[in-house]
Design a protein around this ligand. Structure first.
Ligand code: TMP
Length: 238
């Protein structure tokens, strides 16, 4: 499958049309941004890692009852995916306090919740992705009640599957962000990516951060952390 016209360039990926109107090619870049594009940089080799990691995790999720956009890995950075209309909600699941949760509610990072939380943000860069609840999403007609119920169900299922998977790698899944899309026949499927850019992943023993927080917080060792988390995934899926 060949790349056609470029449809879109995002902060971390480009999206191309193909000969098939229901299929797109996503191409992962090494570019990294944080704080809604305010901080810019490059994480060498990130595109390859995020492409491969996202694809392998989506393949795993498919076997566990979560439909995804993944079709076929075409190369180190390029993947064929089902075309969807992205539901403009960032869906965030948290198992442990960190990041904006800690800041918003004035609690330290690292508190383990008795049960995971879900929250939605309105995917809108100009507004800075504001937090919103189900009723707001309905009022803004971002999704239907039924679609929100499906998204919740899949998001918690993703959490169950990935928590268990990462735990087997000696990694704690702290939180993550998902995006869902709607196919031409109206089905909700998991889209976008699952990678160290979109998840907080801590070494279970040392609590060392193995994700994009190293870039966001200028901690150094960013490339090494991406390589280490990929190494653990490869080891587990050997
Ligand atoms: P937060 O604590 O900053 O709200 O982030 C929660 C999770 O969502 C964390 O794993 C990082 C991920 N995330 C993204 O993937 N994209 C974003 O734009 C933001 C703000 C967070």
């Amino acid at each position: 499958m060949e790349k056609g016209k470029q449809l879109y360039e995002g902060k971390a990926k480009k999206v191309f049309e193909t000969d098939d109107k229901d299929l797109l090619i996503v191409s992962y870049k090494d570019d990294a941004t944080a704080f809604n594009g305010l901080k810019k940089g490059t994480i060498k080799g990130k595109g390859v890692i995020n492409n491969q990691m996202s694809n392998r995790l989506m393949k795993l999720l498919e076997t566990k009852g979560v439909p995804t956009h993944f079709v076929e890995e075409l190369s180190e950075r390029d993947t064929l995916v089902r075309r969807v209309k992205i539901v403009p909600l960032e869906v965030i699941i948290r198992n442990i306090s960190a990041g904006s949760f800690s800041k918003r509610y004035g609690v330290p990072e690292g508190i383990e919740f008795k049960r995971p939380t879900i929250e939605f943000s309105y995917k809108n860069d100009e507004l800075g992705d504001p937090l919103l609840n189900d009723d707001h999403a309905l009022a803004l007609e971002l999704a239907t009640e039924e679609e929100i119920a499906t998204i919740r169900k899949y998001a918690f299922r993703v959490n169950e599957v990935l928590r268990e998977f990462w735990s087997g790698c000696g990694v704690t899944l702290v939180d993550f962000k998902l995006e869902f899309g709607k196919t031409s026949d109206g089905k909700i499927i998991l889209a976008d990516e699952i990678s160290p850019d979109t998840c907080r992943l801590w070494d279970s023993v040392t609590k060392e951060k193995l994700d994009k927080d190293r870039f966001r917080r200028d901690m150094g060792g960013v490339e090494d952390a991406y390589a280490e988390i990929m190494r653990r995934l490869n080891e587990a899926l050997k």
